[in-house]
Each structure stands twice: as C-alpha cells, then as structure tokens.
Design a protein around this ligand. Structure first.
Ligand code: SF4
Length: 330
C-alpha cells in the first residue's frame, strides 16, 4: 500500500494527476534545475537557522525523503520523538516525525509550553505566507493530533503557525539576530477553517494513489499554480505558449478572460487600455512598436544616486539572504 506525505497532499491539492504520477511514475519526474535546487537549499538553511532561535532542543535526525521506502525510518523518527516527548527536560523538538491517516509528516519546530502542551511552527523561507502555507500547517497539525489519539499519547497543540522571514530585518554584517530575522504568523484562530478540506483530502488522495489508473486531467493553468509541476513536459504535454502572459503580472486567469473575448495575441491589445497598469502598458508598447521604452522618472532617479554606485541584479540572485546582504553593503 502506498503512503501519503504532506508534500503529496499538497500535490493532490494542485492536481490529482500530479499526485498519481508522484506515486506511480516517479522516474518521469524532472529533477530540479540549479536555481530550484538553490531555493531548496536556501529553505533548508533557513530551517536550520530557525532551530537555532530556540537552541537546546532535540533533533530527530531520521531521513524523511523516500516516503514509500521510509517506513522504518519513520518509525525510528516516531520512537525518537516519543522519547523526546516523554523527556520533561525536552524544551523543543526539531523535525519530529508523526504518522496518521496513512500520512507521514515532519514537524519543523515543536516548543514545549506545558506538561503536554506544545506550540507547532512550520518554517517557510518566504516574506509573505500564502494560503498554501496555512493548508500545509493544517495538514501537519491534523496528522499530529490524530497520531496522539491513535497512540493514546497526551499531546496538545495550543498555538502555532508559520515562522517566516521578517521583511523589515536588515542584516548589519555581524551575527544574525535570529529573533529579528523571523516573524510569527499565528494560525491558531484560523487553522480550523481548513479542517474539512484537509480531512477530505486524506480520504480522496488515498483513493487516487490506490487507483491503478491515472486520473484524466489535462494540463492547464494549474500546472504552475502554486508551484511548477515536475511532470510538465514528460508525462504531460506543454500547452502552446500563451504570449498574453508575457505581460508583467498577467496571470493565467486574466489571460483566460481575454481568450474568451477573442484576444489571443499581444498585438490585439491596446497599450492605452484602462485594463493595463503603467508597467503593463509600457511593456506592451515596447512589444508593439519594437522601440526601447524608458519611464519618465528614470533619469531623475539615476541623478539622485551618487558615486560610487554598486549594482545588484536581484532577480538573478534567487536568494532573499543574498539580497539583504547586498542592501547592507550598498
Ligand atoms: S503537468 Fe499539469 S496536468 Fe500534468 S500532472 Fe502536472 S499539474 Fe497535473
């Protein structure tokens, strides 16, 4: 029997076929490219920094990749977690492992706040948590709570949410201020809003992976929302390029509306349309005329900067940390 994990449930939420592929066609998954891998590595580093925010805890170090083949490691993690939970001197647990509803999860940070009371924090290397992160947290919490019931283990999660990077923190070049680097997005009062969705997903996702046949899903806007699917281009054909989405911040939904109105190409759009903001109008005008577009305020902005000047191409850094270090030195 195949098992679920938090990441598989999030895949299910994006696309049932993606989940099915992750179980039955893993060998067809496109491996992350260097930039994606760099983002993963940065996320791992941020997770380690978050642990140091509450030093002295117990790290559950059983590996958690390879979900289907990792039952033994998961059980090891559960045993280690159990030991840590029973230890009254244990103030924090990092990467605690739990399993319920056929789903394995690892909890980034659990903080003991009472005899059997814990805070649960999921670490995300983002500046603004999104709804997907709340769902992520709700899955985590549901599995842990059910594990406690199944195991008859007294464990209560009394507070928690997403621990994410603080937009206002500026690195001064010295030691990182971990209390300032992170900020807490408390989901204690809203996590129950996702209970029905999460409970249904345990059942529905299990039905998908138990089926020997793939669900009949065609590629569409969901293939990149909220994350790019690693089966696009292998299992699923890449849809024809939609040039409307080349305009800055034009999402698939907006493009769909234009398509329904018979607009399929950029030169069918009017650069002076009220539908477009200043940046979109400028980009469209450049595309239609083939001429360089320079914003009115650029010269004034450049004149206001003294010498020497340092240039940082923030889009190519792919890392918030590098960007912040750059700001500190400019
Ligand atoms: S490429 Fe799109 S349709 Fe295919 S599995 Fe991924 S998300 Fe689903």
């Amino acid at each position: 029997m195949h098992n679920l994990s938090k990441s598989r449930l999030l895949s299910f939420r994006q696309c049932q076929l993606r989940l099915w592929n992750e179980v039955h066609r893993r060998d067809m998954k496109i491996e992350p490219d260097q930039s994606t891998q760099a983002r993963f590595d940065a996320g791992t580093h941020v997770g380690e920094l978050a642990q140091q925010r509450w030093p002295g805890g117990v790290l559950i170090d059983a590996p958690y990749w390879d979900v289907d083949g990792a039952l033994r490691q998961t059980l090891d993690a559960l045993r280690q977690t159990l030991d840590a939970l029973r230890d009254p001197d244990c103030s924090a647990i990092y990467e605690a492992g739990f399993k319920a509803y056929r789903t394995s999860v690892r909890a980034d940070i659990m903080l003991r706040v009472g005899d059997h009371q814990w805070e649960l924090w999921e670490v995300k290397s983002v500046l603004n948590p999104k709804e997907i992160h709340a769902v992520d947290y709700a899955i985590q919490r549901a599995v842990i709570q059910q594990w406690a019931i199944d195991s008859n283990f007294p464990l209560q999660i009394v507070r928690g949410g997403i621990l994410h990077l603080n937009r206002d923190y500026i690195f001064d070049g010295g030691a990182l201020e971990l209390q300032e680097l992170f900020t807490e997005h408390d989901l204690s009062d809203t996590v129950d809003d996702y209970t029905n969705e999460v409970q249904n997903s345990f059942v529905d996702a299990a039905a998908v992976i138990d089926d020997a046949n793939p669900p009949p899903i065609l590629p569409g806007p969901h293939c990149s929302d909220p994350y790019g699917c690693p089966f696009l281009g292998t299992v699923c054909e890449i849809p024809p390029h939609d040039e409307l989405t080349l305009l800055p911040r034009i999402g698939a939904n907006r493009a769909e509306v234009w398509h329904s109105e018979g607009i399929h190409q950029l030169d069918q759009l009017d650069p002076n349309s009220d539908d477009l903001n200043v940046i979109q109008s400028r980009a469209l005008r450049g595309h239609v005329t083939g001429e360089l577009q320079v914003g009115n305020g650029l010269k004034k902005q450049l004149d206001s900067i003294g010498y020497p000047r340092y240039h940082l191409d923030f889009e190519s850094t792919g890392s918030w940390m590098i960007l912040q270090i750059g700001r500190a030195h400019v």
